[in-house]
Ligand binder design. Structure first.
Ligand code: TEU
Length: 553
């Protein structure tokens, strides 16, 4: 690794923070979060230390799927501000060293998008082939993403007497990527937002986009991603593509463009995310080891987005049925906490009973495993879900800034907020930014410290990951380093009991001193004998390996 490269391929060591403008901060007092409020929050995000904000959809929308039903790709939902407000935000974030990436939702549009409105009027509309039409539903028509809410992925359109494809909700007709005019439109959308100063895209639902049911493409579907990547590179030298590819590891390599890259620069790691939950339930490192070993090796400049929660249900689809039941039983014991037979409608802090040791362990793992960490707003203060909200809205309640009315999110009457705030023990009176900023023992300060350490340790995103073999099944020991020297040894005790771990000799480890980067103390290694390290219940250490004569950063 050359340090200079970390500036070019910035996504390999980024700290991403996902938020929804609508629920982050209301700047004009109308009850809805907006770009003005978000811009005012930039100093907070700078203090936290994140390097990249991922904005969930903020486009005009009927808002039947939290904005993932877009009716105009070139504008801002007027409730959230103007295009000018968005540009002010992007520019201000940028001036503080924070890049902005945005959700690109082009698997489908809203059925209120002018393309679809025209396409459904006549079979002769020039927009007809922007969508996927069939006389009869295909065989797998019941394979819907939202079982219980949708019955089929085909919807009858009576006026023109054909079915249209919708992989998600009925009101979200799938775009036809095989149509070159659709691809041209997508290029224009991408170019438009790049011109306004954003640094890349989180591409929604990539496998659906490329391999939509009933939409067999005459060309290699990956050609689209390759073209998109090349186009984006031409328009912006720094732009990156982060894909939502909720597939097993062995199918993800293709979406990077194979071993030589050229498609997505980053993908979320759903398999590792699931493994982290299983490991926490079992208090055993094995699922994490298994998951790290199944990751396809990528020599090209790509990375994995490591996350514990996002705005959707916590999907457990990468686990076997029995494993899924284990996680359900531990973290979602009530049927109302589950959805679609595969997911959990909760945030992390309540799932871990608010236990600070387990929360710290979970985030320490997320930040130290190879890849780039992706936080969902409110995680840094341990926000809980609002179980009174319907479906996936449970985890989309407003950001909790202060122990004040509406949690400091808005000065409007509570009835005007997009989603009600969480009540009870995880409500803003107990869980909020202001109190945690003043408390050095808080989760906020802990996450802030992790971010700072992650940012001075580019080996986490760039290095090779070596697993250290040892006899404690409840402890994960892994090393991240580049060029076979120095680097970092991370130890994580997944159990509730103290553990003693025998460290390799200094000769085997390639360093004479280990410096605990979080708790700031040193361990001297012996060249011949192993050295014991004690880990408390759910304890962890990030140990910088200092080669003989090496300096500590
Ligand atoms: O989700 C797309 C997707 O692939 C889903 O399977 C997702 O992982 C989850 O299970 C849905 O709850 C994206 C967005 O993240 C989601 O919020 C949208 O509803 C969906 O696209 C449709 O736009």
């Amino acid at each position: 690794m050359r340090l200079a490269d970390t500036g070019d391929l910035w996504w390999r060591s980024a700290v991403v923070y996902c938020l929804d403008v609508e629920t982050y901060r209301d700047g004009d007092g109308d009850g809805v979060g907006d770009f003005t409020g978000l811009t005012e929050s930039i100093p907070y995000l700078e203090q936290l230390g994140i390097t990249c904000i991922w904005l969930m959809p903020f486009y005009p929308s009927p808002d039947l799927d939290d904005g993932y039903d877009v009716s105009d790709f070139y504008a801002v939902d007027p409730r959230l501000g103007s295009l000018g407000d968005a540009v002010e935000f992007i520019r201000t974030a940028r001036s503080r060293g924070i890049r902005v990436i945005i959700d690109l939702v082009v698997n489908h549009t809203s059925d209120k998008h002018p393309w679809f409105v025209q396409a459904k009027r006549s079979r002769n509309s020039r927009f007809r082939d922007f969508y996927v039409w069939r006389d009869r539903p295909t065989r797998n028509s019941k394979n819907t993403v939202f079982p219980g809410e949708e019955e089929s992925i085909w919807e009858w359109e009576p006026k023109t007497e054909q079915y249209y494809l919708h992989s998600f909700y009925t009101h979200q007709p799938d775009l036809n990527l095989a149509n070159p005019h659709v691809r041209d439109e997508i290029s224009k959308i991408v170019a438009f937002w790049l011109a306004l100063g954003i640094s890349g895209f989180r591409i929604d639902a990539v496998p659906f986009l490329l391999e939509g049911e009933g939409a067999p493409y005459p060309v290699d579907p990956h050609e689209f991603l390759r073209d998109l990547k090349r186009f984006v590179r031409r328009r912006s030298s720094e732009a990156m593509l982060l894909g939502e590819v909720a597939l097993p590891h062995d199918r993800q390599l293709d979406y990077f463009g194979g071993p030589h890259g050229g498609e997505l620069d980053a993908q979320f790691d759903f398999t590792l995310m699931n493994a982290l939950y299983l490991a926490m339930v079992r208090r055993d490192a094995e699922p994490i080891l298994r998951s790290l070993r199944s990751r396809p090796s990528t020599s090209e400049p790509v990375t994995w987005g490591n996350f514990l929660r996002n705005h959707d249900e916590l999907t457990l689809q990468m686990l076997g049925d029995d494993e899924k039941e284990e996680v359900f039983a531990a973290f979602a014991p009530d049927a109302e906490q589950r959805i679609y037979g595969r997911g959990i409608l909760r945030r992390l802090a309540p799932m871990l009973d608010g236990d600070p040791r387990r929360l710290q362990l979970a985030y320490s793992l997320m930040f130290s495993l190879p890849g780039c960490p992706v936080l969902y707003y409110g995680e840094e203060i341990g926000m809980g879900e609002n179980a009174d909200l319907p479906g996936r809205a449970t985890v989309r309640s407003p950001m909790q800034w202060a122990p004040a009315r509406n949690g400091g999110f808005s000065t409007a009457p509570p009835s005007r907020l997009p989603n009600a705030l969480t009540a009870g023990g995880y409500g803003p009176d107990h869980v909020n930014v202001r109190n945690q900023q003043m408390d050095e023992e808080s989760l906020f300060h802990f996450i802030r410290a992790l971010i700072a350490r992650y940012r001075t340790t580019p080996e986490i995103g760039w290095g090779d990951c070596e697993i250290v073999e040892h006899p404690n099944p409840g402890v994960l020991a892994h090393i991240l380093r580049t060029d076979g020297e120095g680097g970092m040894l991370a130890l994580h005790n997944l159990t509730a009991e103290p553990q003693t771990v025998a460290l390799p000799t200094s000769t085997d480890l390639g360093g004479e001193v280990l410096t605990d980067m979080l708790h700031l103390h040193e361990i001297a290694l012996d060249p011949q004998r192993s050295t014991d390290v004690e880990l408390g219940p759910y304890g962890f250490q990030w140990l910088q390996i200092t080669p003989p004569g090496g300096a500590i950063v």
